[in-house]
Design a binder for this molecule. Structure first.
Ligand SMILES: [Zn+2]
Length: 66
C-alpha cells in the first residue's frame, strides 16, 4: 500500500506523501511555495444550479471546414 507522493512543482523534490485536502508547503530546496488542494470527489458545486445559463453556453463555432 503506497501513498501518493507530493512533490515540488518546481524542482520535483519529494516533500511529503499521503492524501491531501488542502496543503501549503514550502520546498526546502528551491523555496517555492507549493499549494495543493484536492478538487476531485468533492461536492464543491453545491448550491450551483445544474442548468447552465443561456449566455454561458460553450461556443461550438469552429473555423475548420468552413
Ligand atoms: Zn522545489
Amino acid at each position: 500500500m503506497s501513498l501518493p507522493e507530493i512533490r515540488c512543482g518546481h524542482c520535483g523534490r519529494k516533500l511529503a506523501e499521503g492524501h491531501v485536502l488542502v496543503l501549503s508547503i514550502k520546498c526546502p530546496r528551491c523555496r517555492v511555495l507549493n499549494h495543493y488542494q484536492a478538487t476531485s470527489h468533492s461536492p464543491a458545486h453545491q448550491g450551483v444550479p445544474d442548468r447552465t445559463p443561456t449566455d454561458a453556453q460553450p461556443t461550438h463555432h469552429s473555423l475548420v471546414g468552413r
